[in-house]
Design a protein around this ligand. Structure first.
Ligand SMILES: [Zn+2]
Length: 255
């Protein structure tokens, strides 16, 4: 873990921005909890007809500002349109984001808490998730202080069509890919980590393992390199996420 800290964000102000931008583009805004006077918010929008259900989350690590800011930009740009049914949790850890720290106010890494459910933030998030349907794909947005480029994790237990390569091809146009053979202690190939051991055996669950266990058969965790300029990291996230969305929705809306 790096001692370098990210510039803090203003989570209550960001929540208002997400709320206003969401309301003006047809989203329902749900407050599913509150931390330090900041609402925990989820944005949902359903479109009539068969549409893929796409879940996105950000801000679970408070020192990874490009993640919520990328979702904010995408919301402003109208990316979350009629192609899909959307489920978006953009600010999972307001206390961490307000301090520019990875953990919450009690020092817990929230992205290891989805089995034990010790943190109020994760208890509230899981209660919200339990009310949602299954998702066709989940996209969890992160940053990494140690990586030399962009990379992603894929959990794809049913061997569905992978989105990983096209996502990274799109990212490569705006940001270097981390080609290290070992990232975060795990084997990596051209920026793609596909953990081989059964994640259900893991003792401490990140969000992606919870989602795989209860909500989806296709999860991505995308990681931008924190050492790069913020604008570039946001652009890289947009390239990855918008490519995944385009592929998932390729047949939607073609009446
Ligand atoms: Zn993270």
């Amino acid at each position: 873990m790096s001692a370098v800290k990210a510039a803090p964000l203003d989570p209550p102000a960001l929540a208002v921005r997400f709320g206003n931008a969401g309301l003006s583009t047809g989203f329902r805004i749900e407050k599913y909890g509150e931390i330090e006077a900041c609402p925990l918010i989820a944005l949902t929008k359903r479109t009539p007809g068969p549409r893929p259900r796409i879940y996105l989350s950000a801000g679970i690590h408070g020192d990874e500002p490009a993640a919520p800011l990328a979702l904010m930009e995408m919301l402003d740009a109208g990316v979350f349109d009629a192609r899909a049914n959307w489920f978006i949790c953009p600010l999972l850890n307001p206390a961490g984001l307000a301090r520019g720290l990875r953990e919450n106010a009690a020092g817990l890494d929230l992205n290891r808490d989805y089995k034990d459910l010790q943190a109020p933030e994760i208890q509230a998030h899981v209660r919200w998730l339990q009310r949602q349907p299954n998702f066709d794909v989940t996209l969890s947005v992160h940053e990494d202080w140690e990586s030399t480029g962009y990379y992603l994790y894929e959990l794809n237990p049913e061997q569905r069509a992978s989105l990983a390569e096209p996502m990274l091809e799109a990212v490569a146009k705006v940001c270097a890919i981390d080609h290290s053979p070992l990232i975060d202690g795990r084997e990596s190939k051209a920026g793609i980590l596909r953990p081989v051991s059964d994640p259900l055996l893991r003792e401490r669950w990140p969000e992606s393992v919870y989602l795989r266990a209860h909500h989806t058969t296709l999860t991505y965790t995308v990681e931008s390199p924190s050492a790069f300029p913020l604008k570039q990291r946001i652009a890289a996230h947009r390239a990855a996420l918008e490519t995944a969305i385009a592929l998932m929705t390729a047949s939607a809306g073609q009446v």
